[in-house]
Design a protein around this ligand. Structure first.
Ligand SMILES: [Zn+2]
Length: 115
């Protein structure tokens, strides 16, 4: 399961960051997941909650997930577009197929609250 290893990575990163800065406990973590990243927020959240109980610093941490829609830029008509779907096959305004995805593939840790 892809999300389980992601959750483990996330937990390792935030735990190391927390201890490095001299804090003992993580209260919450804010992350952003792009719709085109292939990550399912529910599955990630579930996996995170399952493994956090083994962590000394993050066992009470709450994971907040913000979903980022897919944003693209069409080379044919120069249109900047945002879609709610996970995949884009063509530009929504001209149906052209030369476009670049400019947002929606990310998995970013925005910030976290520690004590
Ligand atoms: Zn277009």
């Amino acid at each position: 399961m892809h999300e389980l290893s992601l959750a483990q990575n996330l937990l390792d990163i935030v735990s190391a960051q927390c201890l490095k800065n001299g804090f003992k406990e993580i209260e919450s973590i804010n992350i952003r997941i792009g719709r085109a990243s292939g990550i399912m927020p529910d599955a990630l959240s579930f996996a995170f909650n399952a493994i956090k109980t083994d962590s000394a610093v993050a066992n009470k941490a709450f994971l907040y997930i913000e979903e980022i829609p897919v944003t693209g830029n069409c080379k044919d008509c120069n249109n900047e577009f945002i879609v709610e779907e996970e995949y884009i096959l063509c530009c929504p305004s001209c149906n052209g197929s030369s476009f670049v995805i400019t947002a929606g593939r990310e998995l970013d840790i925005v910030d976290m609250e520690v004590s």
